[in-house]
Design a protein around this ligand. Sequence first.
Ligand SMILES: [Zn+2]
Length: 77
Amino acid sequence: MERKPLEFTPILMPYADLLPSFLNNQMVVVSPKKVYQSPFPRWYNPNTTCAFHGGVPRHSIEQCVAFKHKVQSLIDA
Ligand SMILES: [Zn+2]
């Protein structure tokens, strides 16, 4: 089935609240990313961290496309 890449099923709770239960059930694994140094890429937000990406400064988990894709694939499954 074709799926447009940036459409996600609305979920009823913050993504930040989903992650701990997914981790407990081993449905996802945290994938740490490298920590950038200034000058930062334009998309990079050094003031917020993403637990799914190892808690490094980068983006908030609510903006984490990788985690949303993971959640979506679990919803679809
Ligand atoms: Zn992330």
